[in-house]
Structures are given as C-alpha cells and as structure tokens.
Design a protein around this ligand. Structure first.
Ligand SMILES: N[C@@H](CCC(=O)N[C@@H](CS)C(=O)NCC(=O)O)C(=O)O
Length: 338
C-alpha cells in the first residue's frame, strides 16, 4: 500500500467510529478527574447486585466495580451506582452515563462489536435455565410445549428462548416485561407458567423472591452459554486494560492461595509470580499505568476471586462448577501477569 492509501484507510476506519466517541484514555481520565467510578449495576438481583436502604450496592458484580475503583482511585467506596434494566444497560454505557457495566451481561459477538463495547473478562460462566412451579409436575424443559413464559426484553434470554422452542418443534407464548420486580410479580402470581433467565438469576430469584422456594423447581436443561462479565465502551484501551487485569489479578490470587487474610504473609515470598502480582517486584503496576500495590490492595480489601464468590454466591447455593479454577477442573484462568 502507498502511504497515501494507508492514511486514507486509517481515516476511513476512524470515521466509522461505531459507538466509540471516546478517545483513548477518555474514560480513565474522566474517572480520575471526577474521583468516582460510574458503575452500571442490576436493579436488584440477590447475590449479584442489590442496594441497601441508602442505595449503596453490594454483591458479586458490585465487588468488581469496587476493585476497579480501588485500582484507579485507591478507594473501593468511590463508586456511584446506576441501576439499569436489561433494556437500558447498553445505551447507558454507550452514552457515557456509566464507565463500566458490571451486571450479569453475556458476552456475545454483536454486543462486543456493533454495539461499540468491549467485554473485559468472564467473571461468571452461566447458562440459561427454566423455573416452574413444582405443582405443575414438569421435570424437563421438553415438556413445555404451549407454555406461557416470563422473560425480560433486551436479553440473550429472549433470543435463546425462541431458538430453543423452535429447535424442539414446540410453541410458547412470551410474557415480555421490562422491570425485574414486575417479571417476578408476574411469575409468582401465576401470569406465566415458566420463568426463564440465566440459571444463576433463577437461583437468586428462587432464593430471595419466592414466597416458598421449595414450591419452585429449576429444570435440568441448560439451553445456552452465558459468559458474564464487566463491559466497557470501545475507545479507551487503558481503562479496558485496567478492568480486565483487575479481574485476572483476583483469579491469579486465588490460584496462588493468596487471600485477604494471608496476603501480608506473601509479601516476602520468593516466588516470582507472587512478587510480580503483589508488586514486591515492580513492573506490572507501571505497565498498567497504576501504582505497584494495585493487586495487593484489591486482594487485601476485596479478596481473591474465590473469596468474592463465597461471600455472595455460595449462600445462594451456587456451586463453583464451571467457575472453579482451571486447576480444579473449571474455566477460571487468569492470563499471565508478566
Ligand atoms: N445474561 C443475559 C440476561 C441478563 C439479565 O438482564 N437478566 C435479568 C433477569 S435475572 C436481569 O438481571 N434483570 C434485572 C433488571 O432488569 O434489573 C443478558 O446479558 O442478556
């Protein structure tokens, strides 16, 4: 290619700029300037993200926002939470209303490209399931022909539902409702026979919303792959890197057996992998554009991946399963910090 052609191609790519209004570094700069991280969260899903009476959020997804705020701003509490429904979440992120979306969001090709977003890492490998009232006597999703199904719009759930019924030559009647509380009400008041969403969501809803959890059964079929994780906008690679490596550092810490309780004992470790992670051998912080104690601080104040999982998801009865470390037969695998 001639230089002129290369420049023209570059300009054409820049002009495409799908959903990438931000210049490199813009989100990170704005976060530092503002002194708070804007985090888009669930409107309220037990274990993953729920507000207290003051609107302060906690949960599995929330801890990743706290970790990122800690890395960037040295303050895990410097987070402003915006509750977002399934339908609202991507426009809020695209419009810059939030810096990061940490809310049971599935990584798909079109979201990662055409929507102008970047999925940073998978924090929870999930799959879609079905819940039905126990007294229906249904034991398999293949018995659901003709059922009315409660589902939220703007989700992969809605799309997989249609695929599954079509593939199995069954029909269904969707009851599509935007608000989570409203879908829950619809299902628990019997307006639909079936509730479908990510199986972690079903467990959370059965546990925290069902008047009597035992009255509802989650069917054995998992009909899709739902890799969930924090999402950022295209256009700020530095910010993207920080979110991604914050997650990896938490997973790596678990792999090394480093916890919030014992991290100080590792500060004189002679293991080079530990030294790079904890910053006793400097370099990783500098490469990421943050202080060298970034991962130490996250482990000490928030915990490793397993601690965060145990704090929020183990109480819901969610086994580690696919979310176990790769060394334990799961899929959780941090890229090398070097
Ligand atoms: N992982 C799926 C579904 C995520 C989703 O939004 N699930 C619902 C049902 S558990 C939810 O979290 N709703 C909460 C809300 O709208 O606030 C996706 O990314 O499309």
């Amino acid at each position: 290619m001639q230089l002129k052609q290369i420049l023209a191609a570059g300009a054409a790519i820049a002009a495409l700029g799908v959903g990438s209004a931000a210049m490199a570094g813009e989100t990170l700069d704005a976060t530092i300037e503002r002194g708070t991280l804007l985090c888009g969260v669930n409107t309220g899903l037990a274990g993953f993200g729920t507000p207290d009476s003051e609107g302060v959020y906690s949960g599995f997804d929330v801890d990743f926002c706290r970790a990122v705020a800690l890395v960037i701003l040295d303050d895990a509490d410097a987070v402003e939470y915006t509750p977002l429904t399934s339908q609202q979440r991507f426009t809020a992120l695209q419009a810059g209303e939030v810096d990061v979306l940490s809310r049971n969001t599935t990584w798909t090709l079109t979201r990662d490209t055409a929507l102008g977003l970047n999925f940073t890492a998978v924090t929870y490998y999930d799959g879609q399931g079905f819940m039905v009232p126990a007294d229906l006597g249904v034991t398999s999703a293949l018995e659901l022909d003709g059922a009315t199904v409660c589902v939220q719009p703007g989700t992969t759930t809605e799309l997989n539902l249609a695929d599954f019924f079509r593939a199995n030559d069954m029909t269904f009647e969707p009851v599509v409702i935007e608000g989570l509380d409203q879908v829950n009400d619809a299902y628990f008041s019997g307006r639909c026979d079936v509730y479908t969403t990510d199986s972690s969501g079903l467990a959370a809803i059965r546990n925290s919303v069902a008047p009597v959890p035992e009255d509802h059964v989650i069917l054995p079929e998992i009909i899709s792959k739902e890799p969930l994780g924090p999402v950022v906008r295209h256009g700020d690679d530095e910010f993207f890197d920080i979110v991604k490596w914050t997650v990896f550092a938490m997973v790596q810490a678990e792999e090394l057996g480093i916890t919030s309780e014992n991290v100080d004992e590792f500060m004189d470790s002679t293991n080079p992998v530990v030294q790079r992670l904890l910053g006793t051998t400097p370099g990783m912080g500098e490469a990421l554009g943050v202080r060298e104690s970034w991962a130490y601080d996250v482990i000490a104040q928030i915990g490793n991946y397993g601690e965060v999982y145990d704090r929020h998801l183990t109480p819901l009865g969610l086994q580690r399963g696919l979310n176990a470390l790769w060394t334990d037969g799961g899929l959780m695998y941090a890229m090398p910090l070097r």
